[in-house]
Design a protein around this ligand. Sequence first.
Ligand SMILES: [Mg+2]
Length: 220
Amino acid sequence: MVKSRIHDCENWIFDWSGTLVDDLAMVLNATNHVLRHYGKDEIGRDDFRMRFRLPYSGFYDEILPGVPLPELEDHFRVGFADSQAAGVKSPLLPWAVEFLQCLQARNKRMFILSSMDAPAFDRHARELGVDHFFEATYAGVLDKRDQIHRVMDSHQLDAARTVFLGDMCHDVETARHGGVASIALLTGYQNAAQLSGSNPDLMADDLLEILQLLEAARVD
Ligand SMILES: [Mg+2]
């Protein structure tokens, strides 16, 4: 997808964490809750960003080999809730609301495809007041590559007019798996060196950069 064609995209599929919300602090706290439970050392923010990957089963295989995933997920949910109760915030990223409003004004269709626990996502999106933007949400997805075709088929999305925005290599790989365009955002969990390795169609510093492309397209 070239930048000038971005206004042709009718269907916008979003990752959640690191794409629309800044929840790294919460996820890091929850991960450290899991590590403490199993008697392991906590992981620092930079180390986490270097090592965390999706599907997260691979990450946990590396740091806590042999522990069943459902058990880890239960502890993660407790750590996530504790962190929230302690007042740790996960705000919308800058320009997220403006971006969603811009797409809504252009009658674009919007979806969520996220690994975030589904009840936690539902609650969070509602609290942040952005749940109404999405036609459908697919949360709690371990491997997004397994779901992208279901999203496309269920809503009869034309791959040539669909884009997936995310902040991790797995998001770019998912887009490629679904035959849709990919936009990698540098507002989340992985850096430019990591993301460029997955060869996204477009890499942007933030949502404002994409918003400006859309605005420019409208003027044309
Ligand atoms: Mg993400």
